[in-house]
Each structure stands twice: as structure tokens, then as C-alpha cells.
Ligand binder design. Structure first.
Ligand code: ADP
Length: 438
């Protein structure tokens, strides 16, 4: 199931396919521009004779190369051989265009450079050098055919220059194309290879960071679980003998342990969802009861902070197919944020509604609010707004990132409406029948 992690580096294969798709689209655009230019060119003037039938056939060939490449990508063919085929096809197209638009008199050979730049990114330095050599060879062939008048398009040559002058001009012409093509292959090829290496290093360190986090978080879970279990047993066995103060201390320690365990599990879930390895455990649930269950333990905390939690779940929305653990954590996170960011005396309201196949939950507070410019960012991993919470603590910025992933994996949406100093309303939707295509 696909979620939308913000911090996502493309794999090498995906980035090759993306580069090729962009190249093919640029190819299509270039053909279109040249097509329009050719339509506007006066033909048959005696200087350049541009036969429309042939140019139409070239445009058709170019369109065939572009469409072939795009179809091959769509069918999941490997990017590299497809790129070779497309770039060889474009080199042929450019060569035919050069010939039919006036050989040495047209600006079309500049397109060879475009093909070489594309080759640098798609095939690396060696591939680009080969395409540059091939372009130089093709251009030389066209110039030779012009010179020898075997396939002459440029009538003016014959009138104005003798064979020797024509030869010199053609060599200069060829050098002006071949040398930049080879230079471009070296320069762009080196640049492209450097970019690829940097991308690979970034991917590697991102992977290492994720593995480390998962390892640490995973190893934290077991000692935490046994610590909470131990505290629970102590509380049960010593319950009668302890005074109120010590009982409270024990309860606080257990609650803090559970909070920590919740965070640890949240981090594990986030990394699983990012790796697309998370399996939803869907069951028909009464959201009404689930929200009430989540709000109950919060009430005590709210009272301690002189805050009120109101549930206005009047309407019966029926059952919703969702993952109990994930949705509970989303509601708990939103409630605990509302508690953290609302000053004493404030009010927190939870409402539930249904429209068609969607239920909407809203957790609203009249707390400090969130500036408009931060309202998107807070749903990113480590995205925090300012100022800090009512105890002056800066959050981790993981809770809402988790909420967004948990809601989106269900096929829902989460957003906030907020005004600084007036409060925030967090909304999330869930499809009643669970995620589509499940
Ligand atoms: P944390 O609260 O641990 O920082 P979250 O991802 O839950 O992580 O929240 C991200 C940020 O969004 C918070 O740091 C805070 O700035 C802002 N925020 C979240 N909920 C509220 C709220 N109800 N009122 C004001 N700001 C909020």
C-alpha cells in the first residue's frame, strides 16, 4: 500500500526511467517546434529546397521513436536499452533533418548536442562519447554527400564556390559540430556521473539511518514492555500497603513508560509504512466507542491542566472498516496535541460526522493556533511550528507525520484549519468501507 513519505530518494532504476521519460518528452517538444518552424519556411526558393513529404516522414519517424520509448517504459522494459534505442533513433532523425533542411546551411546540427546531453544523463560518459562520435560521423557523411553532389540539397554551393573553397567550408562546418559534441559528452558525462554517485551515497546513508532507527527503536521495545509489566505487578501486589503518594508515583512511572512505548511503536510503524511493508489490520469498528475510549485516559490529564474535553459524537455514523491501533493513535495524538498547545481554562471538542462514504473526525481546541505558513509543514516528519508548547517544550514533530501516514494508508485525508491565538481544528476523513482496492 502506498503512502506519501516526504523524505524519499528515487532508486537508481526509478531515476533512470524518469530521466528517459523527460528526454522523450523534450524530444517530442523539439520535433513539434521544428515542425512549426518548417511549416513557416518558404520552400523552393532555389537556396534551400525543403521537400514537405520527406520532412513529414522524418516527423513521423521522430514521433515513432518517442512513442516507442514511452510505450517500452510503460511496459516496464529496462530503461538503459530503451534509452540506447531512443537516442540512436534521435541521432538518425537529426541526421535526416540536417540533410533535408539544407545540410551545412541549417542550424539543425545543434540538435546533436541536445542528444549528447541527454545521452550523458541516460548512458553515462562512455555512452555519450559514443553518441557524439556517431553524430560526428553522420554529419560528416551528410557533408560528404553534399560535397560530392551525390545527394545535393544546397544549390547555392555550385554557383558561388569552387570545389576547393567548398571543401574548406565543409571541414570548418564539420569541426564546429564535432568538437563541441565531443566536449559536451565529456563535460556533461562527468557531471551526470558525479550526480549519480552523490545520489547513490545519499540513498545509502538514508538506508543506513533508517536501519539504525529501526534497530534502536526495536531494541527499546522489549525492555520498556518488561518495565511497564513490572510496574503493573508491583502496583497490584503492593497496592494495599502503599500510601497515596507512593501509589501516585508508581502510576506516573507506569503512564510515562506507556507513553514512551507508544512513541516507540509509532516510530516503528512510520518506518514500516515508509518502506511500504506495513500491513493494515482492518476490522469493522464503532468509531463512536473508539473515540470515547481514546478520550477517557486524556480526561485525567486534562483536569490536571484545567482543560475540558467535550465529545459531541451525537450522530450515529455506523461501523467503519479501519485499523484499530492506527486510528486510536491518530485520535490520541490529536487529543494530546490539543492538550499540549491549549492554555489552562481552554476547551477541546471532538466531533464526528458522516457524508456519503466518508466519516470525518474533528479535534478542535481554542489554544495557541498555528501560523498559516506552518500549517502544511507540521504534517512532515520533524515539522514543528512555533512557539513551543505551554510548558516551553519543543516537540519532536513526529506525531502528525504519523497521523498523516496512518490516515492516507486508509485512503483518507488529514488537514488543519487554524488561526493564531484563536485555536486549531484538526480534521481527518476515513472511507467507511476501508481503503479502495483492498
Ligand atoms: P510534536 O507535538 O511532538 O512536536 P506533532 O507532529 O504532533 O509533534 O506536531 C507538530 C507541530 O505542530 C507541533 O510542534 C506544534 O508546533 C504544532 N501543533 C500540533 N498540534 C497543535 C495544536 N493543537 N495547536 C497548536 N499547534 C499544534
Amino acid at each position: 500500500m502506498k503512502v506519501n513519505p516526504k523524505f524519499n530518494l528515487l532508486t537508481e532504476e526509478a531515476s533512470d526511467a524518469r530521466d528517459l521519460r523527460n528526454t522523450l518528452l523534450i524530444g517530442a517538444l523539439t520535433i513539434l517546434v521544428f515542425g512549426i518552424m518548417l511549416l513557416g519556411t518558404e520552400s523552393g526558393t532555389g537556396v534551400l529546397e525543403i521537400p514537405t513529404l520527406e520532412t513529414s516522414l522524418i516527423a513521423l519517424l521522430a514521433a515513432f521513436v518517442t512513442a516507442g520509448g514511452l510505450i517500452a517504459l510503460r511496459l516496464g522494459r529496462p530503461a538503459r536499452p530503451t534509452a540506447w534505442a531512443a537516442l540512436l533513433g534521435y541521432t538518425l532523425v537529426v541526421t535526416l533533418m540536417v540533410h533535408f533542411t539544407g545540410g551545412p546551411l541549417t542550424p539543425v546540427p545543434a540538435l546533436y548536442l541536445l542528444v549528447v546531453v541527454a545521452a550523458s544523463f541516460l548512458l553515462g560518459k562512455n555512452g555519450a562519447t559514443l553518441i557524439a562520435v556517431l553524430s560526428a560521423f553522420c554529419y560528416a557523411l551528410i557533408l560528404f554527400l553534399e560535397y560530392s553532389e551525390l545527394l545535393s540539397m544546397v544549390l547555392i554551393w555550385r554557383q558561388e564556390f569552387n570545389p576547393r573553397e567548398r571543401g574548406v567550408l565543409l571541414v570548418i562546418n564539420w569541426l564546429a559540430v564535432a568538437v563541441p559534441a565531443l566536449f559536451t559528452a565529456q563535460l556533461a558525462g562527468t557531471l551526470a556521473e558525479r550526480l549519480k554517485t552523490t545520489n547513490a551515497h545519499l540513498r545509502q546513508s538514508e538506508q543506513m539511518r533508517e536501519n539504525m532507527t529501526e534497530m534502536i527503536v526495536h531494541d527499546l521495545r522489549n525492555p520498556l514492555t518488561s518495565m511497564i509489566g513490572g510496574l503493573e505487578i508491583l502496583r497490584m501486589t503492593l497496592g494495599e500497603q502503599l500510601d497515596v503518594e507512593r501509589t501516585n508515583l508508581l502510576d506516573n512511572a507506569r503512564r510515562s513508560g506507556q507513553l514512551l512505548l507508544g512513541m516507540v511503536e509509532e516510530m516503528l510503524t512510520v518506518s514500516k509504512m515508509e518502506a511500504e511493508a506495513f500491513k493494515l489490520n482492518l476490522e469493522p469498528l464503532d468509531l463512536h466507542a473508539l473515540i470515547a475510549e481514546c478520550a477517557e485516559p486524556m480526561r485525567m490529564l486534562a483536569e490536571m491542566e484545567d482543560l475540558a474535553i467535550e465529545l459531541e459524537l451525537g450522530e450515529n455514523v455506523g461501523v467503519v472498516r479501519c485499523d484499530r491501533k492506527l486510528v486510536s493513535r491518530v485520535v490520541t495524538n490529536l487529543l494530546s496535541n490539543a492538550l499540549k498547545y491549549t492554555p489552562a481554562g481552554g476547551n477541546i471538542r471532538v466531533t464526528l460526522g458522516r457524508a456519503g462514504g466518508l466519516v470525518t473526525v474533528c479535534v478542535a481546541d481554542n489554544g495557541i493556533g498555528i501560523p498559516v505558513e506552518n500549517q502544511e509543514r507540521i504534517f512532515d516528519k520533524f515539522g514543528v511550528s512555533t512557539p513551543d508548547d505551554r510548558h516551553g517544550r519543543r516537540g519532536t514533530g513526529l506525531g502528525l507525520a504519523f497521523c498523516r501516514m496512518a490516515v492516507e494508508i486508509h485512503g483518507g485525508r488529514i488537514w488543519v484549519e487554524s488561526a493564531v491565538g484563536e485555536g486549531s481544528s484538526f480534521f481527518f476523513t476515513l472511507p467507511v468501507d476501508g481503503p479502495a482496492g483492498e
